[in-house]
Design a protein around this ligand. Structure first.
Ligand code: BDR
Ligand code: CA
Length: 344
């Protein structure tokens, strides 16, 4: 980052969650971001447990100065269904990482979001879990959200199949009423990072091996927290490795050239067999002003370059050589150093 480029203020709303933790690590190691706070919501795990996991990551990255706020423990209307089958009982792959004792999380994520949006300068929100906190904050104080610079949500799917039903992605399926409320009422466009793009982001065993070779301590930590996720993906889909959805939302916020999409009107199904499905009106059939920018394509090689640089301190020229081994036949397009600034 150019020394003169100002860091961008962000709040990360999440449900950590293995891939949320990887996203937090990426954000914490990204000099472009000034993380004002982390808010947690019920999703992969209850919000209070997610806050403990967020603290574990903050401690690991030496950033216990960043406040963590516990948010909503129930979706707006639906019964809460966690994803502990995917992320482990502790939400961190049952890795046994000790709890942080130096500090505790605060309560009141919704008020923290509204207060910060209203008081701090140009704040963006990156949401990596169900949209319950965001919907409640927006209902409580819609004016705060007129100050939001950008809103990125990992969730939904455009043409890809779902991961909770044939058509629904977990974050929107877990609280479809919140997701629908946010899409209908948020004054800024939702940048939808759905399964169409995140499915391309796979942390493979050979990538983990590279991380271990160049940064053994980080490799061991990642192995610990992703083992459960690897096993889940193998049992579920015979995939070697695991799909890491959430880090792409952070990477896209930093460098929007990593994904390409289109503006369209999106709403979320709140009942029936398609519960939680994101319906994106690509053809403008509803004749409504676009409320979302739906990401359709991503450059997974360039994402992985950024991820490896930040997470494991990978460096050129070795990194490009390794990326050629990891992704034979794919060309590395663009250069991160030519970035022109993030989403907003
Ligand atoms: C999303 O659901 C969660 O399990 C992940 O953390 C991610 O945010 C993917 O559907
Ligand atoms: Ca998540």
């Amino acid at each position: 980052m150019n020394a003169e480029t100002k860091k961008r203020n962000v709040i990360i709303d999440c449900d950590p969650g293995i891939d949320d933790c990887l996203a937090l690590m990426l954000a914490l190691k990204s000099p472009e971001l000034n993380i004002l706070g982390i808010t947690t919501v019920c999703g992969n795990v209850p919000a209070s447990l997610g806050a403990k996991n967020a603290l574990k990551i903050l401690k690991r990255c030496g950033r216990l100065d960043i406040p963590v706020y516990v948010g909503e423990e129930k979706p707006l209307q639906r019964e809460y269904i966690s994803a502990q089958d995917t992320h482990g009982e502790d939400g961190l792959g049952d890795s046994g990482i000790p709890e942080v004792t130096e500090t505790v999380p605060f309560y009141g994520a919704v008020d923290f979001l509204n207060r910060t949006l209203a008081e701090a300068e140009r704040v963006s929100v990156i949401a990596l879990g169900p949209l319950t906190n965001i919907a409640l904050a927006l209902k409580k104080n819609p004016e705060s959200w007129t100050y939001a610079e950008a809103f990125v949500s990992m969730g939904g799917s455009f043409k890809s199949f779902g991961n909770c039903s044939p058509v629904a992605e977990y974050n929107y399926w877990c609280d479809p009423h919140a997701a629908s409320y946010v899409y209908r009422h948020l004054p800024v466009k939702t940048q939808m990072i759905g399964l169409d793009v995140t499915r391309k982001i796979v942390l493979r065993p050979d990538i983990l091996e590279y991380i271990s070779q160049i940064c053994p301590e980080e490799g061991e930590y990642l192995r610990k927290i992703t083992r459960f996720y690897f096993d889940f993906h193998w049992a579920q889909e015979q995939v070697l490795g695991c799909v890491i959805n959430d880090p792409l939302a952070v990477a896209y916020f930093i460098d929007p050239s990593l994904c390409q999409g289109r503006d369209m009107y999106t709403d979320i199904v709140t009942e029936g067999i398609a519960l939680g499905q994101s319906v994106c009106d690509e053809m403008g059939i509803w004749k409504k002003e676009p409320n979302s920018h739906v990401l359709l394509k991503t450059d997974s090689v360039r994402f992985m370059k950024l991820f490896l640089e930040r997470i494991a301190g990978a460096k050129e020229p070795q990194l490009s050589g390794i990326l050629k081994q990891l992704y034979p036949g794919e060309t590395l397009t663009g250069d991160l150093s030519e970035r022109k600034g993030g989403v907003g």
